[in-house]
Design a protein around this ligand. Sequence first.
Ligand SMILES: Cc1ncc(COP(=O)(O)O)c(C=O)c1O
Length: 383
Amino acid sequence: MRSKLPEVGTTIFTVMSRRARELGALNLGQGYPDYDVDPRLTELVAEAMRAGYNQYAPMEGVPLLRERIAAKLRSCYGLKTDPDSAITITLGATESIFSAIQAVVAPGDEALVFDPAYDSYEPAVRLAGGRCVRLPLSPPHFRYDWERVRAALTERTRLVLFNSPSNPACTVASAADLDELAAAIRGRDILVLSDEVYEHVVFDGARHTSVLTHAELKEKSFAVFSFGKTLHATGVRVGYCVAPPPLTAELRKVHQFNTFSISHPLQQAIAAYLAEKPDGWRELAPFFEAKRDRLRAALSSTPFALPAAAGTYFQLLDFSALAPPGDLAFAERLLTEAGVATIPLSPFYAAPMPLTVLRLCIAKRDTTLDEAAHRLTSFAGRL
Ligand SMILES: Cc1ncc(COP(=O)(O)O)c(C=O)c1O
């Protein structure tokens, strides 16, 4: 059989999680919390099912949830968004990304992607018949080189995929970066897919710069968000896409034949939860910043370097004082010798450079983080 994605295997996240289970290692690899969700959310899901919200939800999403999202966009970013024509509920952010790409990328089109890139972008572009042009950003700062971006844009470029706060670089784009992006695509037939799933996880008093707050980019962007991240519940699989009405109309054409509509009781429960806790998102940054600081403090006297993550629920671990470049090999050593699963950055690059950083997920109980720090400290001591 002819595979449409011949190079795609099992993702590094699945592989690392499986091996962590087999070896009884602590899993700081795959990005999901190991603590419980707010019990109130659980109750609201049960209540929604008892109330009979068990049949198909509207294709574009439950109106009440879309209204609550519009209210949230107003309180977070001062935006006025029409829930009917500009907000679509999708199956996690993953479906927003996939459906938006299918909606706008045609065979022969190019999509610009910054490496290290979240792994779902490239397969979605390829399935649409397009090609990714991947621009590598280098550690430790992963800075955008806007001159290179301008040089990489061609007549065939249709979409720029942008992700801030960035998984796995743990960086946060500046307002100046958005201005550069807007200038680079000005006057061209190029759209933006802005993956903003970590919008509320920005540290040290900084603010997330959404494309929705940029007058020019807002008109040509799909902005993608995830309740999995904001509710500490990656398994709920509810996300949404905010885009101008003509882009939303195209996205919905794909969405209605991709997933059609998203879990009705979960949408009702999330709408109710947002009404009860409209400012819940404000707790996310301090919550994860404390975890970042805890892990960094616990490892501060080891040869590992942990340059403070600017955002996301990840923290990079630099092992250059302990071993030569080769993140896959070092991740394997940490897994088998330290009993800690991490995620190497190489799989996020199309052409990986020699790397000395690994990604750690900090969305874990304090006890998990303390135990991981203990294991990493003993491992470093044994080297
Ligand atoms: C950068 C980025 N985009 C998208 C997603 C997917 O979000 P969801 O779980 O809502 O599909 C993730 C999940 O880890 C992510 O890290």
